[in-house]
Design a protein around this ligand. Structure first.
Ligand code: PLP
Length: 401
């Protein structure tokens, strides 16, 4: 990758020839050489492919049906919106840096120790903080082949090496992760359920993973979609966090709580890890509107349950409808489906994506996840789901053989 073009005087570690130091006026050949030292970020950062979020707009400017970012079609709780608005009159005030009310609300909802909760600007921030705290040059972080893209980014950003464990049928393979553990491993990132595959592993498999990892490895259970899962053998990981000194669970307000635009997430941590994250997070990393809306959202259990019920109904409906069209759909327990298209230009994923856009429907290409023949479709409103199914029926029926 090309380095940045900005040229500045060299960093402090570059020793300057004595006559050059702090001299102004006529420049010599050596001055120019010094000026040409390019500003460089830390090793690893330029290896990062920047994260490309799901698209939001159509080139035509028409209002799209947006099924590209796993947002809830039901929106946030009306109580969360009211709480958000109530803070508008006091925006000149800093928020409570300890987010005490939010910690208490989350702890009350799930029966947790509030002191072990750390909140952040989305769970993305918390994942980054963990990478910042525990990864550095010479370390490795393991994640799965089609795991959430942010894990790779935050590993490289801290100079550590990403180690990719293969999946089995687009599902986490605990044995493959354990085989890749070395004395350099510091973190295993596991999205459970995973985005973009929609697959999950049972709590017994998660326990086996934890039991197989050495004590110096932090297991990060990213449970961004936990509230959607309706499986008896699934648990997000609260008990593992409570009973082991090296497991963290992250959760988000962006999905079922419908507050993606506010940026709010939380982590449940061993006390020692919470202490580490609290030292390095920004002192006011969660805004006052986010705290207020978050408290109201977590307390509105009815709204979250209605969202989960809506999702369960339409996830099943859409998966079955797409299957009837002859498309392979990966089994999903989350609020989206990974849909596979035949390779090739005519009926492939790229053509399907373009066709959907022509119908003002935006879904997610997942080439960056190594899945160029698939599209990820978020479960929307009833009308959205019907529209995407009918558009894909037209696409498949109408496409030239
Ligand atoms: C698996 C997973 N983890 C974490 C996140 C980040 O969520 P946020 O930063 O909005 O809390 C996402 C968002 O799409 C996700 O899919």
């Amino acid at each position: 990758m090309e380095g940045p073009s900005l040229c500045v005087p060299g960093p402090a570690s570059v020793s300057l020839p004595a006559p050059l130091q702090f001299r102004r006026g006529s420049q010599t050949h050596s001055d120019n050489a010094l000026m040409a030292i390019a500003l460089q970020p830390k090793p690893g950062i330029l290896d990062i492919e920047p994260y490309v979020p799901g698209e939001s707009n159509l080139p035509t400017g028409a209002m799209p049906i947006k099924l590209s970012s796993n947002e809830t079609p039901l929106g946030p709780s009306p109580k969360a919106i009211a709480a958000f608005k109530s803070v508008a009159a006091q925006l000149e005030r800093y928020p409570d840096g300890s987010a005490t009310a939010l910690h208490a609300a989350i702890a009350g909802r799930y029966g947790l120790n509030a002191a072990r909760i750390v909140c952040g600007a989305g769970s993305d921030e918390l994942l980054s903080l963990m990478a910042h705290a525990y990864l550095g040059p010479g370390n490795e972080a393991i994640f799965t082949r089609h795991g959430f893209l942010v894990y790779r980014i935050i590993t490289l950003a801290n100079g550590a090496k990403p180690v990719v464990a293969p999946e089995t049928d687009l599902r986490t393979d605990v044995g493959a992760i354990l085989e890749r553990v070395s004395e350099r491993t510091r973190i295993v990132f596991l999205a459970n359920p995973n985005n973009p595959t929609g697959s999950y592993i049972s709590i017994d498999e998660v326990r086996a993973l934890r039991a197989g990892l050495p004590g110096h490895v932090l297991l990060v259970l990213d449970a961004a979609y936990a509230e959607y899962v309706r499986r008896n053998d699934y648990e997000a990981g609260i008990e593992l966090v409570a009973t082991t000194p090296n497991t963290v669970m992250t959760r988000t307000f962006s999905k079922i709580h419908g507050l993606a635009g506010l940026r709010l997430g939380w982590a449940y941590c061993p006390q020692a890890v919470a202490d580490v994250l609290n030292r390095i997070r920004g002192p006011f990393n969660v805004s006052a509107p986010a705290i207020a809306a978050g408290v109201a959202a977590i307390e509105d259990v009815e709204h979250a349950e209605a969202s989960a019920a809506h999702n369960e109904r339409w996830l099943t409906w859409l998966a079955s409808g797409l299957g009837k069209l002859g498309l392979k759909v990966s089994p999903s327990v989350a609020n989206f489906l990974l849909v596979h298209f035949p390779p090739g230009p005519k009926k492939g994923a790229a053509a399907a994506d373009a066709f959907l856009k022509s119908r003002a429907i935006i879904v997610r290409r997942v080439d960056a996840y190594g899945l160029p023949d698939a599209l990820r479709i978020t479960i929307g409103t009833e009308a959205d789901n019907r529209a995407v199914l009918s558009a894909l029926a037209d696409f498949l029926g109408g496409a030239a053989p």
